[in-house]
Design a protein around this ligand. Structure first.
Ligand code: UD1
Ligand code: UDP
Length: 376
């Protein structure tokens, strides 16, 4: 039987791939195995646990403060070894992490075809986001199926001379994931109930939800962000809820600079139901995340993006997202404008779905199934 191997390692890949895995498993005439590198450990396990995905292979690769070199080397050996054992007919990777890039490369070394979920995102700056822009391009040069979330990303691939019949506009599977989790919480509100204590402590204040982790923002960028949050949180009418990424380069700065701020709740990374709850109670999202740039527009939450460029221009075009960089004064003034100017706020706070309709995974599974039938 035709065997797909879905490979991933980090929190956002798990969120964006669990709906694809579920859709592939519904195709009864194909097999679907799951290989996790565990490039992330705790943050990956949070997603596996809530979505009920059980990996067939777990490389348990994460080490504290891992370098790109060492991570990449461990991934290549580990993934290659599993591919030699499992001999899949197709490998499926998502996005732009080290695991995704090496998963595609290891498959290519064995001449196994590769499907790329969330293909064609481009910032056209190889250092922003770093190293994700180049990871995506490497995967794009290997894949024979490119699942572009939007016409913009499909257009980028065609401009790079990827044959049009290999590019499929599917929507982004993050919207499938968001629909799934929203539905789960509606049926079982207790899944997202652990923020209740913070919600009552901050009652009457406008919540700013914050995430940050980009490598290109380490150092000065992180210090600017922390300093801006300190100034913003000095206002009585706001409170910041900040699930801090486990990367020590983020934690060290935030602990040092924001440890004693009464209006800043620095908390552990939230599992997906609780993060969905944070999105829904937040007045504004302040982030450098890729996924949050896609989720916030779907929920009509203004999202200020602490980056100079984005490979996800659709949220900016729709008016829900704004690129603001990492200059302290700019971050503060953009937040204050949204807090104080109702017209500016309303202009951004409108729900848009530029990233899809929640059926991307189904489309992807069908395309993979059709291609597998042509092969056999
Ligand atoms: C990685 C991806 C990035 C993605 C991000 C999502 C690469 C090169 N980077 O960046 O594209 O946007 O994940 O969050 O692929 N850590 C833990 N526990 C965890 C996760 C991380 O302790 O569950 C700590 C470890 O010390 C680890 C460090 O964070 O060494 C960095 O993890 P890593 O995956 O290398 O980089 P991220 O910054 O998370
Ligand atoms: N997320 C989460 N818990 C958190 C922070 C984020 O579940 O505490 C989710 C968020 O909903 C989004 C994804 O993680 O789907 C984004 O991951 P991250 O920002 O780490 O990576 P990126 O998207 O930038 O690659």
């Amino acid at each position: 039987m035709y065997k797909n191997m879905v490979i991933f390692g980090t929190r956002p890949e798990a969120i964006k791939l669990f709906p694809v895995i579920n859709a592939l498993k519904q195709q009864s005439k194909m097999r679907c195995e799951v290989l996790v590198s565990a490039q992330h450990r705790e943050m990956l396990d949070q997603v596996l646990s809530i979505t009920g995905i059980t990996p067939d292979y777990d490389l348990n690769i994460m080490q504290p403060g891992q370098s790109l070199d060492a991570l990449t080397a461990r991934l290549l050996e580990g993934i290659g070894h599993v591919l030699d054992q499992a001999k899949p007919d197709r490998v499926v990777v998502q996005g732009d992490t080290a695991t995704a890039m090496v998963g595609a490369l290891a498959a290519y070394y064995r001449q196994i075809p590769v499907s790329h979920v969330e293909a064609g995102l481009r910032s056209y700056d190889i250092y922003q986001p770093w190293p994700e822009e180049v990871n995506r391009k490497i995967i794009g040069s290997i894949a024979d199926q490119h699942f572009a979330p939007t016409e913009v990303s499909a257009g980028a691939l065609k401009a790079e001379a990827v044959p049009a019949d290999r590019v499929f506009v599917t929507g982004n599977t993050v919207i499938d994931a968001l629909h799934w989790i929203t539905d789960r919480i509606a049926h079982r509100p207790e899944l997202a109930a652990n923020l209740a204590e913070l919600e009552s402590r901050f009652a009457g204040k406008k919540i700013i939800g914050i995430t940050t982790h980009r490598r290109e923002n380490f150092g000065d960028g992180m210090e600017n962000i922390a300093s801006a949050i300190k100034t913003i949180a000095a206002r009585d009418d706001v409170a910041c809820i900040f699930p801090v990424h486990l990367n020590p380069n983020v934690r060290a700065v935030m602990d040092k600079m924001l440890g004693d701020e009464p209006n800043v709740a620095m908390i552990e990374p939230l599992d997906y139901p609780h993060f969905a709850r944070l999105l829904s109670i937040s007045h504004i999202m302040l982030t450098d995340s890729g996924g949050v740039q896609e989720e916030a527009p779907a929920l009509g939450k203004p999202v200020l993006v602490m980056r100079d460029t984005t490979e996800r221009p659709e949220g900016v075009t729709a008016g829900t997202a704004k690129l603001i960089g990492t200059d302290k004064n700019r971050i503060v003034s953009e937040i204050f404008t949204l807090l104080d100017d109702d017209t500016a706020y309303s202009a951004m706070a409108r729900a848009h779905n530029p990233f899809g309709d929640g059926k991307a995974s189904q489309r992807i599974a069908e395309i993979i199934w059709n291609a597998s039938r042509q092969k056999t």
